[in-house]
Design a protein around this ligand. Structure first.
Ligand SMILES: Cc1cc2nc3c(=O)[nH]c(=O)nc-3n(C[C@H](O)[C@H](O)[C@H](O)COP(=O)(O)OP(=O)(O)OC[C@H]3O[C@@H](n4cnc5c(N)ncnc54)[C@H](O)[C@@H]3O)c2cc1C
Length: 436
């Protein structure tokens, strides 16, 4: 099944496929996903010579096929009280949204143990405050980046509509919305009739929901390909199809990246390898508890009957993003999976979940079927900060379901850290050392 992004072909970027790996760089970024590109953007603006290395094509990471939401409203970490019960209930009913791979792998079991330990009110509240600080700043930086650089990507900051067709789930969501408001998120509660005024395409089953007016949506593949082209045009060098195999180091500093296409001498390294970051970190003797969370999208030609808003179907955990002449539907989180093979069964399930809450044309023209992997930490917070034991390596990973939203702020923080300057917000909650 295709995993390509309409409108984007890596070969369209001004980066030759046989680009020779440069001999040295001020800063090497491992990973050309949304985090790697946002880090490269800020480092480039800070005057660094940057090389971005990726084992695949540029813009081949998980964000390109994501739902495309910029969600400063998503402040409740995935590790929160009540989450384990909801996950087990969904798994037993086989309706999703989450599945967990059965495994006795110690790293996987350790992750689940840490996750369960993080599902307390105290940890979730601290996590929510940290995510709010990160998300609010990032949403503004994203808007600034898109307008300042003239990035054409169907960006619109007109909110994210949460809709529900189940009384019990809606009641729980109202508590969650109150928590979000306590963290400073703007929330507009909507009853049965009001929500239909906002979104006429909702089906009869929808009983209410809420709007987060400060959230935004964009076409992520368009955003990322434009950003990559902009970077290439301003001197950032890319080494696609170049796999990081290890590091050459002297005492507490990395001196060379060892890659499948030769060595690269570096002053500084940023690891932004998404769900594969633990593998990269293992070459540095660090353990990052990050598990893959596989998700799917099916993208169709914009139907005649369909939504005009960005929608999250809260009781079915499916999302809809009308991106110009296309409509993207996303869903599922399969914990412990790193492969990106799309599953027809899962994709059909997403479509039927969407149809149970939103009216769509009976026939849809499928343009893309895709799967990608979120890098998920057990406490639901990203990992942004110096690698323990290394003075010139920074981790920028573990953004879970928020990588697109938190890319710009991550780039900003990493660049401030790399320059030895004070950072815009307290980085302690995101420190890699919290897992040591
Ligand atoms: C279905 C779905 C919907 C989503 N919706 C949203 C959304 O609406 N909003 C939002 O904010 N987030 C969303 N996300 C989450 C978001 O996509 C991720 O958080 C984000 O992509 C993580 O970015 P990253 O750059 O860390 O990792 P990735 O995008 O995975 O990029 C990592 C890169 O590192 C490279 N790499 C790995 N190992 C090596 C190595 N050894 N050598 C060289 N290169 C290497 C990989 O090839 C890859 O290109 C969604 C995710 C999914 C799956």
């Amino acid at each position: 099944m295709p995993t390509e992004f309409p409108g984007l072909k890596p070969s369209d970027l001004p980066i030759p496929a046989d680009f020779p790996i440069p001999g040295r760089a001020d800063a090497a970024v491992v990973g050309a996903g949304v985090i790697g590109l946002c880090v490269a953007y800020e480092l480039m603006k800070d005057g660094r010579e940057v090389v971005v290395v990726d084992q695949g094509p540029i813009v081949g990471g998980a964000a390109a096929g994501s739902a495309g939401f910029i969600t400063p409203s998503h402040v409740i970490p995935i590790a929160a009280p009540g989450v384990p019960r909801g996950v087990v209930r969904g798994m037993l009913r086989r309706t999703g949204p989450v599945t967990a791979r059965p495994s006795l792998d110690p790293a996987y079991l350790g992750w689940i143990f840490r996750f369960l330990r993080s599902c307390t009110s105290r940890t979730a509240e601290a996590g929510a405050a940290a995510l709010a600080a990160l998300g609010f700043l990032s949403a503004d930086l994203m808007e600034h980046l898109i307008t300042e650089e003239g990035i054409d990507c169907c960006y619109r900051r007109d909110g994210l509509l949460h809709v529900y067709g189940d009384e019990r789930v809606l009641a729980a969501a109202k508590h969650e919305a109150a928590e979000m408001e306590r963290c400073g998120v703007a929330v507009e509660m909507l009853g049965h009739d009001e929500i239909r005024e906002v979104e006429p395409a909702l089906g009869d089953e929808v009983i209410g929901g809420f709007l987060c007016p400060n959230d935004a949506g964009l076409d992520p593949a368009m955003f990322l390909s434009s950003l990559a082209s902009l970077l290439a045009g301003r001197g950032v060098r890319f080494a696609p199809h170049t796999r990081l195999l290890g590091f050459d180091s002297a005492s507490d500093a990395v001196e060379n990246l060892i890659t499948s296409r030769g060595n690269l001498a570096v002053d500084r390294v940023v690891v932004a390898a998404g769900a594969r970051s633990p593998e990269v970190a293992s070459h540095l003797g660090n353990r990052l508890p990050i598990q893959g969370g596989k998700g799917y999208n099916v993208t169709v030609a914009a139907p005649r009957l369909g939504p005009r808003n960005n929608i999250l179907i809260g009781d079915r955990w499916a999302a809809l993003n009308p991106m110009g002449d296309r409509l993207r539907m996303t869903g599922w989180l399969e914990l412990g999976r790193l492969d990106t093979a799309p599953s027809l069964k899962r994709l059909e399930h997403i479509e039927s979940n969407v149809r149970s809450r939103v009216r769509l044309d009976p026939e849809l023209t499928v343009l893309e079927r895709w799967a990608g992997v979120r890098p998920i930490t057990p406490d639901g917070l990203p990992v942004i900060g110096p690698a323990p034991g290394w003075r010139n390596v920074i981790y920028a990973t573990g953004h879970g379901k928020l990588g697109l939203s938190l890319g710009p702020v991550t780039g900003r923080l990493v660049t401030q850290m790399a320059g030895g300057r004070s950072v815009d917000l307290d980085p302690a909650p995101f420190s890699p050392a919290r897992f040591s």
